[in-house]
Design a protein around this ligand. Structure first.
Ligand code: HEM
Ligand code: HEM
Length: 227
């Protein structure tokens, strides 16, 4: 017997949001790997520095992608002002709405396999929303501030990096404290990314709505009940 599934679809993520998502993901992967190698440098190899510039290239890539990450983030903030309502979800959390906290509780139960009933959301679900804002927005700002403060030390007094970000070092303590927070950021973001990818794939399979393809095409498909 033939069975059909009805689908409803909604356009959610506009092209700039999708482009930012994948560019941001690439930046985080490159920054994470190069940052890890800056913290745990490769063994010293004998030879002329002009032919063996491996750590130099690693730092170069870290800084190049740091600029891309920073400007892409500024572009994403701009798009929250001019884009559709879903483009603002990354920066706004309805913490004063009782329903938000209730649905957050339901979502935690759903992720812990304690309820069998998935809730459908056109934009971010309440649990994803809180993590994205805490780790990618707040965490991203912390990485930019601490990263440029470390850069300021190397660019030296009087540099624009020092004038704009140098104040952070005495505020946090000293240079090593800034480095420690920047380093913590790596692991906190890494844990988020692992959980985020797991959740995106799991929701795609289990919650009867499209997830991964939504971040590619922009459209969310809801699989309605079978006829
Ligand atoms: C997701 C974003 C980022 C991650 C995961 C990341 C990761 C790291 C890690 C793990 C380190 C090594 C810290 C240590 O010595 O223990 C590092 C160093 C550094 N990062 Fe980042 N970083 C990110 C973004 C940035 C940004 C936006 C900048 C801005 C310029 C930046 C600038 C630096 C600088 C200047 C250093 C020190 C390099 C050195 O001492 O040779 N990072 N990063
Ligand atoms: C470093 C890696 C990644 C980071 C930092 C990241 C971060 C984010 C952020 C911040 C958003 C919110 C987008 C917005 O509203 O502007 C998002 C959404 C999303 N991401 Fe990622 N992402 C990463 C990798 C991935 C990968 C590999 C996948 C696919 C398997 C994926 C699938 C999704 C999906 C499906 C959404 C939309 C969720 C929804 O519709 O509620 N992400 N991601």
């Amino acid at each position: 017997m033939e069975s059909t599934i009805k689908r409803t679809c909604v356009y959610v993520y506009e092209a700039p949001v999708r482009l930012w998502h994948w560019l941001n993901a690439l930046c985080i992967v490159v920054l994470g790997i190069t940052g890890y190698l800056i913290a745990n440098p490769l063994p010293t190899i004998q030879g002329e520095p002009n032919t063996l510039f491996v750590m130099g290239y690693i730092r170069f890539f870290h800084f190049a992608f740091a600029y891309i990450f920073t400007f892409a983030f500024i572009g994403r903030i701009y798009w929250a002002f001019v884009g559709n309502k879903h483009s603002r979800e990354l920066f706004t959390l309805p913490i004063f709405k009782k329903a938000y906290w209730k649905e957050l509780g339901h979502e935690i139960q759903w992720y812990l396999f304690l309820t069998k009933e998935p809730k459908k959301y056109v934009g971010h679900n309440p649990l994803a929303a809180i993590f994205m804002i805490a780790i990618i927005v707040v965490g991203g700002i912390v990485m930019v501030l601490t990263g440029f403060a470390l850069y300021a030390e190397q660019a030296g007094p009087g540099s624009w990096q020092d004038s704009m970000f140098g104040w952070l070092i005495p505020m946090v303590g000293q240079s090593q404290d800034v480095r420690m927070w920047h380093h913590w950021g790596l692991w906190i973001i890494t844990i988020f990314v692992l959980l985020h990818i797991y959740a995106a794939v799991r929701e795609d399979i289990m919650s009867r709505q499209s997830l991964v393809s939504t971040m590619i095409s922009g459209w969310r498909f809801f699989k309605d009940d079978r006829d």
